[in-house]
Design a protein around this ligand. Sequence first.
Ligand SMILES: *Cc1c(COP(=O)(O)O)cnc(C)c1O
Length: 811
Amino acid sequence: MLKINKETFKKDYEKKFLEMHGTELAFASEQSKYETLGVLVRDYVAGMWLSTTKSYNENNEKQVYYFSMEFLLGRLLGNTLLNLGIRDMCKEALAELNISLDSLEELEQDQGLGNGGLGRLAACFLDSMASLGIPGNGCGIRYKYGFFEQKIIDGSQIEAPDNWLRSGNVWEIRKADKAEIVRFGGEVKVEDINGRLAFTHINYEPVLAIPYDTPVVGYENDVVNTLRLWSAEPVSNEFDFSSFSRGDFLKAIEYKNSVEAISQVLYPEDSFYEGKMLRLKQQYFFVSAGLQSIIRHYKSNGGNLKGLDEKVAIHINDTHPTLIIPELMRILMDDEGFAWEDAWRITKNICAYTNHTILSEALEKWPVDMFRKLLPRIYMIVEEINSRFCQNLWNKYTGQWDKIHRMAIIADGYVKMAHLAIAGSHSVNGVAKLHTEILKKQEMSDFYYYYPRKFNNKTNGITHRRWLLKANPELTNLLKETIGPSFIKHPMDMEAFERFSNNKSVQEKLHDIKRNNKVNLAEIIRSNQGIIIDPDSIFDVQVKRIHAYKRQTLNALRIMDLYNEIIENPNLDIVPRTFIFAGKAAPGYFLAKKTIELINAIAEKINTDPRVQNKLKVVFMENYKVSLAEHIVPAADVSEQISTTTKEASGTSNMKFMMNGGLTMATLDGANVEIRDEVGDDNIFIFGLNEREILDYYKHGGYNAWEVCNNDPRLRRITNDLINGYYSPDREKFKTIYEHLLTYNDEFFVLKDFDSYLKAQDRLDKAYRDKHHWQKMAAVNIAHSGIFSSDRTIQEYATGIWGSEFLYKNL
Ligand SMILES: *Cc1c(COP(=O)(O)O)cnc(C)c1O
């Protein structure tokens, strides 16, 4: 443990400040105070980081490498202090220097290198691996620009670049001496050398991959793991301008720009795939650099590559890093002289793949021509993997051409990344029970019947350190007072809180804590956008990526309906509600951007209508990101998890909300099913079509949106309000939404679930009136949230997939 107290900390801080800024604290800017603290904390971490690395090497422990194109870390200062166990001490010490730790923490730029749930999951996993003492490394891309910054202007989303490195990044360390070369394009020369084929990659374009390492601090356990993000640079960065003739000079600039483009920007598409060459380049870039550095480190530590699979586990987070499989084959065969069979056995033993979605528009497949041109040697290897795979299929399914064609890795001019990931991994997992069952029985059933033992479930989780201890200190204190602090290291111990669910005084404390968090959020909303909201209204929250399957439109339609009802019946007896939305739409996703415009149009109309002021408010908060979520989640009474059943693989914000005592309004989709199983039907609000009904509609048809609409006067009216000028003088403005719902027969069953949704909202309204009973339900949710800590998830990955010996040591 760190041995610092308040006095030494204050001295260290003042000394560091002088070193860095050459001036006195009294005249300093807030930014310089933040930077000083960041650098000081990084220095505190440095010793532990080194000793963790050394001990992993000395004990020759199996290392896990979590490859992910996205890591949505958010801010690091607060959680690093928390995990070091010095946050409270630092807060007091800084206060004595007239510095507010909370305001310094708010100055940090979010590290927003991810789109949403998938990237946030990777970040929670890093925190859990370090906190469980698992030798786990993150491997990804250091995008110069992260997920775009969203501005709402006249109700519409405008995208601005996220220049997150503008004022530097105190957490990363550039490791120029650990650079690798990644090779693109060119040709493969094949020679027969003493009866063995040798493959040489020639005329390629080399790219220098520079790693930037960020420490990942475990919770009060002296463990510091590493997140390694790769940045692309030209092989020679120094341009000697005079030595270039004109043609060469332009070529050199072109080369420099094309190389730097690789790690320039994160693609802002979530659950959507586009066959862009640059994206394929990004994928191979970080996969190749990451693998080369793993092998280099393994060899320098004295390892024999024959035993690589005993000491290395590689996780493939969605199909984005699937090129790991052919790249590892390449290194083992071309560089290390392994025979195909040996290389293939080692590769399969090492690799494991997680599927994150069944949406067909998200499944990656690369055009063969593009793939072969960019990665000629890798393509040859994929072809060979495919031909051996198809041969095996033929042996089992002789004559069943359709099935073999469906399962092939290369077919119809495309390389199918999910098929490659399944064939080359020893484990394929879904991210919630329902999702895994759908993978096995529907989406990947061919593969499941071929490889039944590869498939398994690992229900997602969230780190309770960020989402409870850090985001909700008051609730954390209540838990400590009632059940003691053991839940911090063992989140399942939160179950003991259920005994307090009937305790009136605990219920009142829960109410007060929630109200304080609501007051805080109300103040953020007031200061950001000037809207005054009532902390005694129900805070009804839907925050997540804007996507048709997540059905923000269902929420919008019910608000439109409620508004109509109140206008018609001013005495309507409802608990006042504040509807809070946040989320980004992919820049090219027209329907999603229209959904944001609709929510803002509804907000504008409702918030300026004096007839409903004491009952309704609608707020769309700009630029949803991790640090904003940390303010929103603890303040929510209601968590809207209303995706079309079967479409949300797991969801993780559902878990964040329940852990903070928000009650869930949900379809039985993704992990909502498991939340329901944990808390019981009495402590959650469930509505909508179930899995069987949805799959039946998809299979046999029979859904008619017009019919549903025509049979419900409320729906007739609100769908009409979309196109009659009620929400915009421009009648065309929301026509796309109207057409999606009706003309194109609404593939997400928004209208079909409308009535059931409203009934569930009615039940919720009634339930909220009994304050004590509501807090009892909240308490049950909190008590049962421990199982959704990512510590549980990571333990399951470690024992069930990574085969990690360390667990027995740490459990
Ligand atoms: C948790 C989280 C998500 C995932 O939300 P879902 O509702 O599960 O889709 C997305 N973005 C941010 C910033 C998050 O913190």
